[in-house]
Design a binder for this molecule. Structure first.
Ligand SMILES: [Fe+2]
Ligand SMILES: [Fe+2]
Length: 376
């Protein structure tokens, strides 16, 4: 039986992945919303089999127990953070993240140092805010995994991840509040993805959306910012969070590898489409529409350039450095006539396929271990 995948239109709501009007039409309709409720799908599963069936997951569980840290006492919250100085120093290293020379015919042409600095500050605040909202997504998704995964060893492990994510929400929220002067609301593309993950009733889809896609991207993004920033509190915060995140992605890879082994082509097709949808949503959010609006610039005037800006593109591609090899390890790239491989080719991220996957890599991220450069 030949498997036919759904069209781009059906999966992501537009036929062209770079359709800017369609991307920008997704925006936060209620920035003041305080509570957001989603009907979660899926059965809660008890298991009476308490035997050790998955030693690798149990090993990860043991690691998690000894890898705990305390967000209120292990980080020095008395550190004073001068945002302007921090961003100026960080910008000296990598610039503003976009190439100003490409924006000659836009409102950015009139920007002087003051605006570029302001842009840098808003970008940092926006980035950390989306990390925070993603962390809450991870908290909720992993609590759901505790309920829905049928395996005892996975329930034990997931319970430790719930505590980890609570700590991540705690430290990012505190950093934004005390050191950055506030936060941005959740980005609409990210929110849409979180909703889709929670709504899906199949337990492995929670893992695929969260542990593989969102956390895979987070691990790369945290690594990049950790390496870049000279601000000591943020640097240490990210280092600690990464030591947990690497375990989380490993949890996803180990669990799904087993779950996908016996899946039919038709079942794999659904997973491939979901991985593609998640990739597009995450890429769309990095266009940071809200930052442009805060800067008084219409996103429509700059995003068509940003989407092809090589500086930005390089950064965006780096974010897939963990996702692509992990999808390959799970067998998602090449099943069904290499469908996902072709999608990643279109997105220009396939070059990461042979990078190290995160199934075993987590020991490298343990607190105290020296870190390799992201993308290596
Ligand atoms: Fe996290
Ligand atoms: Fe995580």
């Amino acid at each position: 039986m030949t498997i036919t995948h759904a069209s781009n239109e059906e999966i992501i709501g537009r036929s062209e992945i770079n359709d800017i009007e369609a991307i920008l039409s997704v925006c936060n309709t209620d920035p003041n919303e305080v509570q957001h409720s989603v009907k979660g799908g899926g059965d809660t599963i008890f298991t009476w089999d308490y035997s050790l069936a998955r030693p690798q997951l149990r090993k990860l569980y043991e690691k998690a127990k000894t890898g705990q840290w305390n967000g209120s006492t292990d980080l020095d919250w008395s550190t004073s953070v001068d945002i302007e100085k921090t961003i100026t120093a960080d910008q000296l290293l990598i610039g503003s993240g976009i190439d100003p020379s490409l924006y000659a015919n836009t409102p950015l042409a009139k920007w002087n140092d003051k605006e570029w600095l302001e842009f840098g500050i808003e970008s940092r605040r926006w980035t950390l805010s989306q990390f925070l909202h993603g962390e809450q997504g991870a908290l909720v998704c992993t609590a759901k995994i505790v309920e829905t995964v049928p395996w005892y060893d996975a329930k034990l492990y997931a319970s430790t991840q719930v505590v980890d994510e609570a700590r991540h929400v705690e430290v990012f929220a505190r950093y934004l509040d005390e050191k950055m002067g506030g936060m941005y609301p959740v980005n609409a593309h990210l929110k849409m993805l979180l909703d889709d993950i929670i709504k899906d009733s199949r337990w492995d889809m929670t893992y695929l959306g969260m542990q593989i896609m969102i956390e895979g991207l987070a691990l790369a993004a945290f690594g990049y910012l950790h390496e870049l920033t000279g601000e000591p509190l943020l640097k240490k915060l990210l280092r600690y969070v990464m030591s947990d995140e690497a375990r989380h992605v490993a949890f996803g890879v180990l669990s799904l590898k087993e779950a996908y082994e016996d899946m039919t082509d038709a079942e794999i097709k659904d997973r491939q489409e979901f991985a593609f949808e998640a990739s597009i949503r995450m890429r769309d959010r990095f266009l940071q529409q809200e930052v442009w609006e805060r800067m008084g610039v219409k996103p429509r005037d700059v995003v068509p350039i940003t989407i092809n800006d090589p500086t930005r593109k390089f950064f965006q591609q780096l974010l897939f450095a963990k996702i692509v090899p992990n999808c390959k390890k799970l067998g998602l790239l090449d099943r069904n006539d290499k469908w996902l491989r072709h999608r990643f080719e279109e997105m220009d991220v396939i070059q990461f396929e042979d990078h190290e996957d995160t199934g075993e890599e987590f020991t490298k991220f343990e607190i105290g271990a020296p870190l390799a450069t992201v993308g290596e």
